[in-house]
Design a protein around this ligand. Structure first.
Ligand SMILES: [Fe+2]
Ligand SMILES: [Fe+2]
Length: 371
């Protein structure tokens, strides 16, 4: 039993997920930017062009060989059992769970596709041969991931028009260093999320309510490697990992962890169906991600601090309260919204200023995906 099984789970039975009834709803969900939804990014390509990885050349070249070897080239194809499993397993599910699963598929697709677009744009706009090659491989992987998820949405006639999404979704500009912090974390947390689900369903195959989960093990090794790439890029430029940047690292860790926690707690049925408790699942994912991130970040947040979960729960409750104000009008509602936003900001600030745990960066950067 890990320390977190002792936590009482907070009851967030109220759902934030609006229902998806048509392809139009699904496409609208993907294009809409909210605090919790995955975003699309653009960056400073000239600065990307100047990245110099020579100080990590040996580890870099080994990693590039792995990309070249492409051990997942045949992975993202459905097997004969896939369609049958979708039909037999999904027909038993209740509507609430189905809706959370659609939301999970749409969110995952949007975030895979977000990586695909960013990596592709960087590739097209730079000449730096190391980074160009890396971006080509990562865009290749993300495009497979997004396509595979979209096939599953198409089974329910909720296919996303990726061309349209690329043209219409708003792009957020991030300086390269913020792209590195955010993308590193999202790749590694992606790995930790998929491997935790895969291991759980490996132990409890009766809880695997959709065949797509069978693909997660080899899938998440791609995400792990993408994270490794950003780790090497950051380790090659040590000023990204000291001074005021330590505050930025802290900010991104908290932002990524809190977003995941709040979003996962809006999908209670999904975790239930897999035999996972959203809180325990998220803390397991935090634990794995923090452990991995010691390869590049000289600090990790203290997820075992007694106030860490308290503040995350408060953010979740505030997010639900904010959701309640969504369809209401009037001055009082506006004031209420403002008050909730301020409380959320204060709570985020409290999380940000919790003590952190410092660690020494290892001489060797690369890690193997052994979780
Ligand atoms: Fe991916
Ligand atoms: Fe990735």
């Amino acid at each position: 039993m890990n320390a977190h099984t002792a936590f009482m789970d907070t009851d967030f039975t109220q759902r934030l997920v609006d229902s998806v009834e048509s392809a139009e709803d699904a496409n609208k969900r993907a294009v809409t930017n909210t605090v919790l939804a995955p975003r699309f990014y653009t960056t400073d390509f000239d600065a990307m062009d100047k990245i110099d990885i020579s100080s990590v050349r040996r580890e870099w070249d080994l990693m590039m060989q792995e990309y070249e070897g492409d051990n997942n080239h045949d992975h993202f194809q459905r097997d004969a059992a896939f369609a049958d499993e979708v039909h037999t397993l999904m027909s038993k599910l209740d509507e609430g769970l189905k809706q959370e699963f659609y939301d999970f598929l749409i969110g995952s697709l949007t975030s895979e596709f977000s990586g695909c677009i960013l990596y592709n744009e960087v590739r097209k706009n730079i000449n730096n041969p190391d980074i160009k090659k890396l971006m080509t491989y990562m865009a290749r992987d993300e495009s497979r991931h997004a396509g595979f998820l979209n096939q599953s949405l198409k089974d329910f006639n909720f296919g996303i028009d990726l061309g349209q999404l690329k043209r219409t979704k708003k792009y957020t500009f991030f300086k390269p260093k913020f792209i590195f912090y955010a993308t590193y974390l999202s790749e590694k947390i992606g790995y930790a999320r998929y491997i935790t689900i895969f291991r759980q369903l490996e132990r409890h195959p009766d809880k695997r309510f959709h065949p797509i989960f069978r693909w997660f093990e080899r899938w998440c090794n791609d995400e792990f490697r993408h994270g490794e790439s950003f780790a090497l890029i950051m380790r090659a430029d040590p000023k990204l990992l000291r001074g005021v940047n330590l505050w930025w690292i802290r900010f991104f860790i908290i932002a990524v962890y809190a977003t995941m926690y709040v979003r996962d707690h809006t999908r209670p049925a999904l975790h239930d169906a897999m035999g996972l408790n959203a809180t325990q699942y998220d803390f397991e994912v935090f634990r794995i991600t923090s452990e991995i991130s010691k390869q590049v970040f000289p600090l990790i947040v203290d997820i075992d601090h007694p106030m860490f979960k308290v503040y995350l729960d408060r953010l979740t409750a505030l997010s639900l309260a904010m959701n309640d104000t969504k369809d209401k009008k009037g001055v009082f509602n506006l004031l209420n919204k403002g008050a909730i936003a301020i409380q959320a900001l204060i709570t985020f600030g409290k999380l940000f200023f919790l003590p952190v745990i410092k660690s020494e960066l290892p001489a060797q950067v690369r890690l193997a995906p052994t979780w």
